[in-house]
Design a protein around this ligand. Structure first.
Ligand SMILES: [Zn+2]
Ligand SMILES: [Zn+2]
Length: 337
């Protein structure tokens, strides 16, 4: 099968390799679409927590079950996505139902091979069939949407609250759609990329701010918009956390959902006390896959605006460059197999 391996920092190898073997509790899935996440860009340069190399990356993908053991034959031919977390079920976190915090986590696309290949092996318990009405291309959005659903559950948005979203990549844009569903009366979105802000507006953002155009914190002070009750940091850049601390309304909440790898930043912790801010870390999809499927099936998410590009796996360098440079209107690109 064709596969793209990460061997070391910025060391990629596209090659023919053996189809992976599966055991009695696993199935072999033929990948149809696999999406490059911005966290994959960090992973490829070697900046990622828990990374084990060599690795076939890819955690946002979909496929069809190709082969299965006798007792799971009924799954063959089914359209599926795969819950990427394989927690141990035995550590304290697992036993306390916090499986995304498992101390011995195995995770597809981090230390288990993922969807940048023609085939992936997965435990049957992680395989989630999807309805026929969802295209396998759109199904690549189920994983990031499950993460965003987790964020909304953790941070909570109440009707009539004002929400700010820093960053309008796919996570930010999915947050816009769900914040609207939750009854937020203001959805303010900030980014450096004007095209993305236009998409944010079309999805329900009530105000957008181009970070190239001025000083956001100063403009809030001058009354650009009312301060948000909730700020989501979906930038993937550590600097933005200071902006979140500055702009959130006293008594407000911050959801940290963008992954900034090992980047560090100076903050003024006393602001958290003086403004009595609550900060939520949002890690991974949790038990939110079915909700994400339901939302896509019912067209709550405008998938067409989010998956903007499509390439064969061979053209991985092109996709990587587009993602790094955020060019050509890219939000997300899929590899089509
Ligand atoms: Zn992702
Ligand atoms: Zn565990």
């Amino acid at each position: 099968m064709k596969a793209l391996y990460v061997l070391g920092p910025n060391q990629l190898k596209f090659c023919e390799t053996e189809e992976p073997a599966f055991n009695e509790e696993q199935v072999l899935i033929k990948v149809q679409y696999s999406m490059m996440c911005s966290s994959d860009v960090k992973l490829i340069r070697g900046d990622f927590h828990g990374l084990k190399l060599p690795l076939i990356p890819g955690h946002e993908w979909s496929g069809v079950v190709a082969k299965a053991p006798e007792k799971y034959q009924y799954l063959v031919g089914k359209k599926v996505v795969v819950d990427i977390l394989f927690p141990c079920q035995q550590c304290e976190q697992c036993r306390k139902s916090r499986r995304n915090l498992c101390e011995n986590m195995n995770e597809i696309g981090v230390n288990l091979n993922g969807g940048y290949a023609e085939y992936v092996v997965a435990d049957v318990k992680n395989v989630i069939p999807i309805p026929d009405s969802i295209s396998l291309k759109d199904a690549c959005l189920i994983e990031p949407l499950a993460v965003v659903y987790n964020a909304i559950q953790r941070v909570g948005i109440r009707p009539a609250e004002k929400v700010a979203i820093l960053g309008s990549g796919v996570i930010g844009l999915l947050l816009v759609s769900l914040a609207k569903q939750m009854g937020a009366t203001q959805i303010q979105v900030m980014d450096y990329i004007g095209d993305r802000l236009k998409i944010a507006s079309s999805l329900g953002a009530t105000a957008t701010y181009d970070m190239n155009q001025g000083n956001l914190v100063e403009d809030y002070k001058k009354g650009w918009m009312p301060l948000p009750d909730v700020v989501f940091d979906a930038t993937g850049s550590a600097d933005a956390f200071n902006t979140a601390l500055e702009i959130v309304k006293p008594g407000g909440r911050i959801g940290y959902i963008g992954y900034s790898a090992h980047e560090k930043v100076n903050i003024e912790p006393s602001m958290i006390m003086l403004k009595s801010i609550t900060i939520y870390g949002v890690l991974s999809p949790t038990e939110t896959w079915l909700q994400a499927i339901e939302l896509i099936e019912n067209k709550v998410i405008d998938t067409e605006k989010l998956i903007t590009h499509e390439f064969p796996l061979e053209e991985y360098e092109t996709v990587l460059n587009l993602m790094k440079e955020r060019k050509d209107g890219i939000i997300r690109s899929v590899f089509k197999f």
